[in-house]
Design a protein around this ligand. Structure first.
Ligand code: HEM
Length: 166
């Protein structure tokens, strides 16, 4: 009887140690991992940028007003040379870094705070929601799961008050 008890307790502690060991080895993937790391986030941000670009070209665009200074700097006005050809590229790279860092990746965002970046633009709540729709379309075409989208929107929606109304 004593022997059986000893064997049982040895078996239990072995199983317990085994379980603890495997937990340490396989940390749960972060949202950054689940979005496909920097490569997946780059695809999502490129989709977002393309969708916003397309929206600025429709009649009565909601995004054109806020993006016009940047588009003019990148494209040039009335045939003049662009004043800042890499401005859109810098914005895109900054958003990739920002989302990489915010989703738990080994990435450092080096851009402006959301308040400083959007100050003077007077972004409205409607514009914010249309920006979010462009993101949603990109997340869907990149086949991001409903759970991962919801987790990302928690991060995005926390920035709303720094982006809107300044
Ligand atoms: C949570 C939502 C948003 C995020 C995460 C975001 C992210 C960013 C980032 C990282 C930058 C670059 C900052 C830097 O240059 O250091 C930026 C700039 C900018 N954002 Fe946003 N943004 C958001 C919402 C919006 C909305 C709703 C609009 C307009 C409707 C907008 C328009 C712009 C424009 C025009 C720039 C400046 C580009 C330039 O002048 O170079 N953003 N944003």
């Amino acid at each position: 009887m004593k022997r059986t008890l000893l064997a049982a307790s040895l078996l239990a502690s072995t199983l317990l140690l085994g379980a603890c060991g495997s937990k340490d080895e396989a940390a749960a993937p972060t949202l950054y991992d689940r979005l496909g790391k920097t490569e997946g986030i780059t695809n999502i941000v490129d989709g977002l940028v393309a969708n916003i670009g397309a929206e600025t070209a429709v009649p009565n665009s909601a995004m054109l007003r806020s993006h016009k200074p940047m588009l003019d700097a990148v494209n040039g006005v009335n045939g003049a040379a662009p004043t800042d050809p890499t401005r859109l590229q810098r914005l895109r790279n900054n958003v990739i870094d920002q989302l990489g860092e915010a989703t738990g990746g080994p990435v450092t965002y080096k851009g402006l705070s959301m308040l400083t970046a959007h100050r003077g633009m007077a972004v409205t709540a409607t514009e914010f929601s249309i920006w979010r729709q462009q993101l949603e379309a990109s997340l869907n075409s990149n086949k991001v799961s409903a759970n991962d989208k919801a987790e990302l929107y928690v991060i995005i929606d926390k920035m709303h008050d720094d982006v809107v109304g300044h």
